[in-house]
Design a protein around this ligand. Structure first.
Ligand code: TUI
Length: 315
């Protein structure tokens, strides 16, 4: 059975972490993934701390297994969210959009494992000096806020640059991706887009349908000129963003147009004028499935690939 160092580190059965997607990854999804043997992660995004607390309580009611919270470090509520994570003694946090440095001592008091997400070697090196437990190397194939490097180029460079365990993210939708990043030196994967289409995911059905219908080139990056590029599915909003950008619109104007659009797509189901954040592998997601089936498929497929690879070597 496929086990890695990540399983021991987090007390989980399979080396799969679910991406903590803002407005999408609720307590229900996180609990379903954790019950299925992965690590389910609640997305705090920009939500107020009490909303995050209620999702944590939901997850705790639905599972006895370890789970996590993704803390978006640019959130206006980040200080209060950290306080809630501390009070609720959340087993694991992943962090995005910065360095979790100033929160580490406090969270270590309650035994929280800390796993920052980084898009570059420079950031990985800076963060590896802190008391963190592992690092997620997130390639530009991911949905949402993205860096520039691909998973294929980023993961081995981070593996070589730091002494911490590395988890790969971006462009991974099945067991082929999992076995590929193990070959790059990662100890596991973080998977977002495919879990959006888990049955237990409470996002609006239109959002899931948009991912299921998407083809290979549909997940495009908008707002590059703002310095905060976002990968989302091509629609009326992305065309409007591109047009404004090519007409030389200011960073402020472009950012203003993006405000609230993810929530609008995720909760209201407006997949035309909302931001349907999704990764480049959206074209590989073909159906809605229980989280447990997604995880079982990942593991069986990865085991098959790894066995075939051993056979390639021969005697
Ligand atoms: O955080 C993500 N992806 C996200 S967050 C998000 S929430 C959102 N809500 C409304 C509108 C737009 C977005 C959607 N997708 N991925 C992790 C990630 N972290 N990617 C890049 C980084 C990152 C960037 C800079 C990590 C550290 C960092 O450090 C900067 C510094 O100088 O400390």
């Amino acid at each position: 059975m496929l086990k890695t160092e990540l399983c021991e580190l987090l007390g989980i059965e399979y080396p799969i972490i679910q991406g903590g997607m803002a407005w999408i990854a609720t307590g229900e999804l996180a609990a379903a993934v954790s019950n299925a043997g992965g690590l389910g992660v609640i997305g705090a995004g920009h939500a107020p701390a009490e909303v995050v607390r209620s999702e944590i309580k939901k997850a705790k009611e639905l599972t006895n297994k370890p789970y996590g919270v993704n803390v978006m470090l640019l959130s206006p509520h980040v200080e209060e969210v950290i306080e809630v994570v501390y009070e609720e003694e959340v087993p694991v946090i992943t962090t995005g959009a910065g360095s979790p440095g100033k929160y580490i001592d406090k969270l270590k008091e309650v035994g929280t494992k800390i796993i920052p997400v980084v898009p570059s070697v420079a950031l990985a090196k800076r963060i590896a000096r802190l008391e963190v437990d592992a690092i997620i190397a997130e390639g530009t194939e991911s949905g949402g806020h993205v860096g520039n490097l691909t998973t294929m180029a980023l993961v081995p460079q981070i593996v070589d640059a730091i002494d911490l365990p590395v988890i790969a993210a971006g462009g991974i939708a099945d067991g082929r991706g999992l076995s590929a990043v193990l070959a790059l030196g990662a100890i596991g994967v973080q998977v977002g887009t495919r879990f959006v289409c888990a049955e237990e995911c409470t996002v609006h059905p239109n959002y899931k349908e948009a991912i299921i219908k998407a083809k290979d080139r549909d997940a495009v990056v908008t707002a590059r000129s703002t310095g905060h590029p976002v990968r989302n599915l091509k629609n009326k909003l992305t065309r409007q963003m591109d047009k404004l950008e090519s007409n030389g619109a200011s960073k402020e104007k472009l950012e203003e147009l993006g405000v609230g659009r993810l929530q609008h797509a995720a909760e209201e189901g407006d997949v035309k004028e909302g931001s349907v954040m999704a990764g480049q592998i959206a074209g590989m997601v073909e159906q809605e499935q229980p989280a447990a089936d997604i995880i079982q498929e990942f593991i069986q497929q990865a085991e098959g690939v790894l066995k075939e690879n051993i056979e390639l070597i021969g005697e």
